[in-house]
Design a protein around this ligand. Structure first.
Ligand SMILES: Nc1nc2c(c(=O)[nH]1)N[C@H]1C(S)=C(S)[C@@H](COP(=O)(O)OP(=O)(O)OC[C@H]3O[C@@H](n4cnc5c(N)ncnc54)[C@H](O)[C@@H]3O)O[C@H]1N2
Ligand code: MOO
Ligand SMILES: [Mg+2]
Length: 421
């Protein structure tokens, strides 16, 4: 096996893996379980909203014409015929000189064409009848929620490929979608390779460390919206690694491994790809960290060989696995959004490769700032907790000074974008 590897640009690596995502089939899920899922159909409005004329206030439904002569010194008195609560329908017709007490959300009685707020009126009982006093002129149509004011019937409401959030859930509920057509979630297998790895529950032992990447990846898969499947950790042997990857290929739509991907004696991922007859897509990328990030394809399924170094593993997932997963979920905007922010620290040492610095965004005085979230080395775990973005520092002959405007990839954003850049 050759030890020299030829790095390819990040954009090219993204493009290579993005050729493979296959859309999952549609399924129906309960509305209350649909948050974070992706719509498998366009959704149209099935009726206007509101679908009947209703009152936006607690007050009195009246004929505006009854108030033509009303003023501060010349109040009019209207007879109150009854009350409509939200959910009720008033059977009858309001005429000039009459009013019906109405609550917010109540259906406007026939004949009434305006509502006056309760606070602007005074009620009085006279000879067993109820009257309301109005001291101002009310316009026709005043304080009425008209049919279709919010949404008209037959409008395209939500496009296929939209990720469902609280607002879209409200819309789906409005139109009676107790079940929602969504794409099936891709199952993403996670394998941690390394004879040094202990489970989080195990005590430390000489030369050993706890497996943090495996659990970090499960969490990253969840954030991307897919279903994680933890295959487990494996010893650095070809047999054990191969068996785990085979199992993962049987059970999952996509396979992530961490570690064992570089040129060490016990780095078996390249050999596993070879044994499986998988088509290598790349095994070196012009970036830091995560230059050893590898990918291969077998029968249309992608295998990602992420670095063993925690920060490199994290970055490799976000740049390459996340858009693939999101495209498999049916999202039309699978890539992370980029924004421009002012760099808050110097990175003056020029680097031939693009750097992706785990960073934290902040707003101040109307500006967006990006600062590294901790130490910037690929074997570092400590900088990951605070990271909510990746600061993109393109490679080249120059370094980057504090104050420069740089691109930043958003990690917590659910909206995404349609292009890598
Ligand atoms: N001669 C060379 N050596 C290395 C190169 C190189 O180009 N030539 N590249 C370096 C770079 S860059 C990286 S990144 C690492 C990548 O190594 P691997 O992906 O093969 O990962 P391992 O060797 O298995 O482990 C690396 C490091 O990470 C720790 N690790 C592994 N798995 C986990 C885990 N699940 N949780 C926490 N930490 C983990 C492992 O103990 C090692 O310390 O290679 C460099 N070397
Ligand atoms: O792939 Mo390594 O993380 O570049 O340092
Ligand atoms: Mg190694």
């Amino acid at each position: 096996m050759t030890l020299m590897r030829k790095p390819i640009p990040v954009a090219e690596a993204v493009q290579r893996v993005m050729q493979f995502p296959r859309l999952k089939e549609a399924e129906a899920v309960k509305l209350e379980e649909s948050t974070g899922r992706v719509l498998a159909q366009d959704i149209y409005t099935t009726h206007p909203v509101p679908w009947f004329t209703r009152s936006p206030y607690d007050g009195y439904a009246i004929c505006a014409a009854s108030t033509e002569q009303a003023g501060e010194g010349s109040p009019v008195w209207l007879q109150v015929l009854g009350t409509v609560a939200a959910g009720d329908v008033w059977r009858g017709c309001v005429e000039r000189g009459q009013a019906v007490k109405i609550m917010t959300g109540g259906a406007m009685p026939d004949g009434a064409d305006a509502v006056i707020m309760r606070e602007l009126t005074r009620e009085e009982e006279r000879d067993g009848a109820l009257y309301v006093q109005i001291k101002r002129k009310v316009k026709t149509g005043e304080n009425i929620s008209r049919i279709g004011e919010d949404m008209e019937e037959g409008e395209l409401l939500l496009r296929q490929g939209t990720m469902i959030n609280a607002g879209t859930v409200a819309q789906l509920a409005t139109f009676g979608y107790a079940e929602v057509p969504v794409f099936r979630k891709p199952v993403v297998a996670v394998i941690a390779t390394g004879s040094e790895l202990l489970d989080p529950s195990e005590p430390l032992a000489p030369g050993k460390i706890r497996n943090s990447n495996g659990y970090m990846l499960l969490s990253q898969v969840l954030r991307s919206g897919a279903e994680p499947l933890y295959i487990g950790k494996v010893q650095d042997t070809l047999g054990e690694t191969l068996a785990a990857v085979k199992k993962a290929l049987e059970q999952a739509d996509l396979v992530l491994t961490t570690g064992g991907v570089s040129v060490g004696d016990f780095d078996y991922i390249p050999a596993v790809y070879q044994e499986l007859g998988a088509q290598p897509l790349f095994n070196k990328i012009g970036m830091r960290p995560g230059s050893v990030t590898s990918a291969a394809e077998r029968n249309g399924k992608l295998l990602f060989g992420l670095s063993g170094n925690p920060s490199a593993c994290y970055v490799g997932f976000e740049l390459f696995a996340r858009p693939v997963i999101r495209a498999m979920m049916g999202m039309k905007r699978p890539y992370s959004q980029r924004v421009q922010a002012e760099l808050q620290e110097d990175f003056t040492k020029p680097n031939p490769f693009d750097r992706f610095v785990r960073g934290k965004l902040s707003f101040s005085g109307g500006r967006l700032y990006a600062a590294p979230s901790g130490k910037d080395k690929s074997n570092i775990v400590s900088s990951l907790a605070e990271a909510n973005c990746l600061i993109v520092l393109p490679g080249g002959t120059r370094g980057w000074e504090a104050g420069s405007m740089v691109d930043v990839l958003l990690l917590d954003d659910q909206e995404g974008t349609g292009q890598w850049r």
